[in-house]
Ligand binder design. Structure first.
Ligand code: ASP
Length: 590
């Protein structure tokens, strides 16, 4: 049998003029004009125009007129220079004058148009994701993803990392989310947990002497979903032995630079800035600050404390402001919108105070009646504001909560002012994370990163006296306000690990039960080690300028964790349940 095609639909150029070719692909669309039928034929590589001429081949032309959208066809013909060229198409200088055609498969009319700007809504496109993937913008995201994983492998291989697979059916892992579990038929009543990450396994590989490990690996976390979360997502998971924090940061900063250069053609020469977690919270109210723009927080409590009388500010524990350069002409309506924005339940601010710096340098504020010009001028100076600037102020009883609210306002202003350009990249490391954070839900300290994270040497004594003040050798890489990766230096001393479990409220039995294998392994000579995991989906969506990681995943889940194409999750047959010794409790009246 002859080959299905001699060329792809994206390949032919003027240089091929006169060649006899065979193409195979899908019918994107057909149109009849004069005595001719034009078919746009598509495959992964592009689109080529096919011409069927009524005069020279009426039978073939009639056949072409019957083609429906998305029919799979094979066309034989001769490459010919077009009279009216299409500059938007790489193949736009030529067309194929068809002299033969075979319908390889017919197709039902697709539920939405397979074009760059589809008319299909999100749900419909997800239900027919295999058709959605035929669309160029979606396919491009997958191509980009492929190129990125290839470059990741190339870089890590050149640095001596070994790609090692770890199992999916394991026990509970320590990342602090809910596990997805899988019942074991052979061990009735017992369950595997799917890895939230291969954290413990990669540490074991260090005990094994593998020295440098990586894996592009699926991780599973049963969490509520948002635009940048999926129940299963992909990490570029890495671990290294005999390294300091500095070694790890250098290695993975190198990888980020490699990706920027190879994928985006951007040479990032400077070292990425490093910001302590404490500063990130103080100046940006976030552990993943968007540093594409400045607009840092200024603490204003002392400015207003000089003239008590406005009870709202007098009683506030924290007052913080941002300066929106050149926005003094914000209208009443715009300011009302901003007030509504910060008061939304998801943000929860009590109110918004603003101050405009007028052309003459005078300050006109929403709290003029409480403060004289001296205080308002002190505000302007402290904020480093100039004529034409708009100062926006939030206040509250809880400094951390108020800073988070101010962070939302800062990001909103950044967006409104066009300062969050998707083609501009600002990277940094956030370091010195707190070792623990208080969990209201659990009523105890929890590991901010995970329980194997090494505390900063100088803070180890605080584990006994003031654990909440202990900082960790933990780091996140942040790009444009997105955490693109994070990791830590690990504890390799069994005694220190024991202590950590105690501070975290684990009984010895529970620690043994959950992580005994790791503790035992550490008794056999664990090297000092540390690592990091990058979120591949987030990297791809950053590079592709996407709003959601869903768009760079071939078959993503929706916000309720459903795969609407496969209609999963689904109920099990009674037979399967019986085999697994499972009884399903009925929920409510369902
Ligand atoms: N396992 C960690 C995570 O998934 C990353 C690391 O510490 O290497 O966040």
């Amino acid at each position: 049998m002859e080959d299905y095609r001699t060329h792809t639909c994206g390949e032919l150029r003027l240089a091929n003029n006169g060649e006899t070719v065979t193409l195979a692909g899908w019918v994107q669309r057909t149109r009849k004009m004069g005595g001719m039928t034009f078919v746009d034929m598509r495959d992964r590589y592009g689109i080529t125009q096919i011409v069927f001429e009524e005069t020279s081949n009426p039978k073939l032309c009639e056949q072409a007129n019957k083609l429906g959208r998305e029919y799979v066809i094979q066309v034989m013909g001769v490459v010919s220079e077009r009279t009216s060229k299409n500059k938007n198409l790489p193949t736009g200088d030529i067309e194929i004058i068809a002299n033969g055609m075979k319908v390889l498969n017919i197709a039902q009319t697709p539920p939405f148009t397979i074009e760059d700007q589809s008319d299909g809504g999100d749900d419909l496109r997800m239900k027919y994701r295999y058709l959605d993937l035929r669309r160029t913008p979606v396919r491009k995201n997958l191509e980009l993803r492929h190129r990125m994983t290839m470059e990741v492998r190339r870089y890590l291989d050149s640095m001596g990392f070994l790609e090692i697979e770890t199992p999916m059916l394991i026990g509970s892992t320590p990342e602090g989310a809910r596990d997805f579990v899988v019942p074991s038929r052979m061990n009735p009543g017992q369950f595997y947990a799917l890895p939230q990450s291969p954290q413990t396994l990669k540490q074991l590989l260090m005990v094994s002497g593998m020295d440098r490990y990586f894996q592009i690996v699926k991780c599973f976390r049963d969490e509520d979903l948002r635009a940048d979360r999926q129940p299963e997502f992909t990490q570029i998971d890495c671990e290294m032995s005999f390294v300091t924090q500095e070694n790890v940061l250098q290695t993975f900063e190198g990888m980020a630079k490699h990706l920027f250069k190879e994928i985006r053609g951007i040479e990032l020469k400077d070292a990425f800035p490093r910001m302590t977690w404490a500063d990130a919270m103080k100046y940006y109210g976030s552990d993943k600050p968007d540093t594409r723009f400045d607009m840092k927080f200024v603490e204003l409590k002392d400015v207003f404390a000089k003239a008590p009388g406005f009870s709202v500010f007098d009683e506030a524990k924290y007052i913080g402001g941002i300066c929106a350069t050149g926005q003094a002409d914000y209208t009443r309506k715009q300011l009302d919108q901003l007030t509504d924005f910060v008061k939304r339940p998801q943000i929860g601010a009590k109110g918004l105070v603003y101050a405009r710096v007028l052309d003459d340098g005078c300050v006109k504020s929403s709290v003029d009646k409480f403060y004289d010009s001296e205080v308002l001028n002190a505000l302007r100076v402290k904020m480093n504001a100039n004529p034409g600037d708009l100062i926006l102020i939030l206040y509250g009883e809880d400094a951390m909560k108020t800073r988070k609210q101010l962070c939302e306002l800062r990001l909103e202003m950044g967006s409104r002012m066009g300062l969050r350009d998707k083609n501009k990249f600002s990277l940094l490391w956030v370091i010195d994370f707190p070792m623990f954070e208080w969990s209201e839900e659990e009523g105890r300290l929890m590991a901010t990163h995970h329980p194997f994270t090494h505390p900063k040497d100088e803070d180890i004594p605080l584990l006994d006296t003031d654990p909440a003040a202990v900082r960790a050798d933990a780091y996140d890489m942040v790009c444009n306000g997105v955490e693109v990766g994070g990791g830590s230096i690990r504890i390799h001393d069994p005694e220190l690990q024991d202590k950590m479990f105690r501070v975290l409220g684990f009984t010895e039995e529970r620690a043994q039960e959950q992580f005994g294998f790791l503790m035992n392994a550490f008794k056999y000579g664990a090297p000092p080690h540390g690592g990091l995991a990058y979120g591949l989906d987030r990297w791809v969506s950053l590079f592709a300028g996407l709003d959601s990681i869903r768009d760079c995943i071939a078959f993503p889940k929706n916000n309720s964790g459903r795969d609407v194409m496969l209609d999963a999750p689904a109920k099990l047959d009674q037979k399967q349940l019986d085999e697994l010794y499972l009884d399903i409790k009925q929920k409510g009246n369902e």
